[in-house]
Each structure stands twice: as C-alpha cells, then as structure tokens.
Design a protein around this ligand. Structure first.
Ligand code: NAD
Length: 260
C-alpha cells in the first residue's frame, strides 16, 4: 500500500474515469472522498468500502465554489488532510458552434474549466498549509488539438484546463511550494463514460465506441480504445513520491494518437 497516508478528493467520481480513479487510489491504501452530483458517487464509495477500503461519497457540484470548499473541509474532517485532488467532473456538449446557443457553450466551459478552477481553488489552502499536495486534472488530447468538428466548446475548455495546469505548476513551484505538483492527464478515446456515450456527429447520433471504430481507430497506432483503469493508474503514478519532480506536464494516455 503506497498511499496509506493520503486523502484523495475526486470530482466526477461517479463517472467512468472517476470511478476507476477512486477504486485505484483506494486499492493503493488512500482514503477517498468521492464527489459527484446528487447521489452519483454513492455506489463507488460503497464498492470501495465493501472491498475493505476507505471512502465517503459527497454530493458536490463543481459549478459552486461553496460546494468545493465544503468538499475540501470534509476531506480534512474525515481523513485529516487533503493530499491529492483529481478533477474528473466534466461534460461533453457536442454540437456545431453555430447551432449551439450561448448557454450551452457557457455550461461546458463553466463545468470543465471553471469547475476545475473551483475545485483547485478550494483544495489549495490546505495543500499549502501541509506544504505538500498533488493536483491531477483530467483534460483530454482535445486540450492540445482542434478535434474533427462538433466539439468547439469542449476543446476550448480542455485547452483551458491544460493551460491552467501549466500556469499553476509554474506559479506554485516558483512561489515556494515545490511540494505541490500540478499535472494533467490527457486521455484519448476511453472505453467508459463519455467515451462510449451517444454523441452528435454529421451522420447523426452515434455511440462513442462506434465513432472510434469508424473514424479514429485507424489514426491510433495501438488500434484500441484506452481502458478507464489505465487513466486511473496514470493518476496514481502522479501521486506517488517517485513522481515529485514531475510538474506542469500534460501526459497523453491515448495509444499514441496525438503523437502520430
Ligand atoms: N471517456 C473519454 O473518452 C474521455 C476522453 C478524454 C477526456 N475525458 C475526460 O474525463 C473526465 C471524466 O469523463 P468520463 O468519460 O468518465 O465521463 P462521465 O460522464 O462518465 O463522467 C463525468 C462525471 O462528471 C460529473 N459531473 C458533470 N457535471 C458535474 C458538475 N457540475 N459537478 C460535479 N460533477 C459533475 C458527472 O455526473 C459524471 O459522473 C471528463 O473531464 C472528460 O472530459 C474523457
């Protein structure tokens, strides 16, 4: 158990990648605050406890700063600190830019980018007091490239998440907090959550798995979707003492898609 003395807060923990991250951190000994809308994280917290791990489910909306502050406080109250923050909460929001109204654009930016900011903003004071912490944002390879249409709000939000990750890593490192690292994971097409959900395309609604098979598979050197557990294990790696020198990075876990 490498993370016994770690309390981990995970937003979007009821989703495909969030659930896998919660399970992986708990399996490595960490105490997990599994946060999501309403009761969406209850099942994963229960699953972890049944397996002998430590987890509490919390209802928390990343659209509200007060909810994020309460989340950080809950981690300190339940588990004596807040050592790792993993921001998985996110929305897809596919559609052509001119066909989406401004509210849809704003909602995607508000959850994906501002929500990541709010979670970090709430967790940082505790991490600074501890002089240690790991912030792991779940961005996307679409945080580095333009995509293939229908995803402008999402792409803009994920570029923002990568930018925030880099800027904050720089700021903390140079302002006397080298013990707090900030890194992004940029998944490619994942066989879970929004990676398999129905999406708008030029040819009509299609499942993520079908979109992958039709349009992306041939562009991915490994010719496969990524498993949610692979994203989770990358997050665990970024929380280990051995990765203390890694900060401000945006790690692609994408089967080689972006590189190629
Ligand atoms: N699945 C993929 O292929 C893929 C690829 C690249 C990046 N990602 C990113 O990974 C993250 C997790 O996605 P996923 O695939 O597990 O999708 P998912 O839809 O299963 O999970 C997203 C979770 O975020 C929660 N959420 C949404 N709005 C929220 C809010 N306002 N407050 C709190 N929680 C909220 C949802 O309830 C859901 O449980 C997202 O940020 C997504 O952009 C996913």
């Amino acid at each position: 158990m490498r993370l016994n003395d770690h309390a981990v807060v995970i937003t979007g923990a009821g989703g495909g990648i969030g659930r896998a991250a919660a399970v992986a951190f708990a399996a490595d000994g960490a105490a997990v605050i599994a946060a999501d809308l309403a009761d969406k994280a209850d099942a994963v917290a229960e699953e972890i406890r049944r397996a002998g791990g430590r987890a509490v489910a919390v209802s928390a909306d990343v659209s509200h700063s007060t909810g994020m502050s309460a989340l950080a406080a809950r981690s300190v109250q339940e588990f004596g600190g807040l050592h790792v923050l993993v921001t998985c909460a996110g929305l897809g929001g596919a559609g052509l830019l001119l066909e989406q109204d401004e509210r849809e654009w704003t909602r995607v930016i508000d959850v994906n980018l501002n929500g990541t900011y709010r979670a970090i903003r709430a967790a940082l004071p505790q991490m600074m007091a501890q002089r240690r912490g790991r912030i792991i944002t779940i961005a996307s390879i679409l945080g580095k490239m333009g995509g293939y249409g229908f995803v402008s709000a999402y792409v803009a939000s994920k570029h923002g998440v990568v930018g925030l990750t880099r800027a904050l890593a720089s700021e903390l490192g140079s302002q006397g907090f080298p013990g707090i690292t900030v890194n992004a994971i940029c998944p490619g097409y994942v066989r879970a959550g929004m990676g398999v959900a129905m999406q708008a395309t030029k040819a009509g609604p299609m499942s993520g798995a079908e979109i992958f098979e039709r349009y992306y598979k041939r562009l991915v050197p490994q010719r496969r979707m990524i498993e949610a557990e692979e994203i989770a294990h990358a997050a665990v790696f970024l929380a280990l003492p051995e990765s203390a020198g890694i900060t401000g990075q945006a790690l692609n876990v994408d089967g080689g898609f972006f590189m190629s």
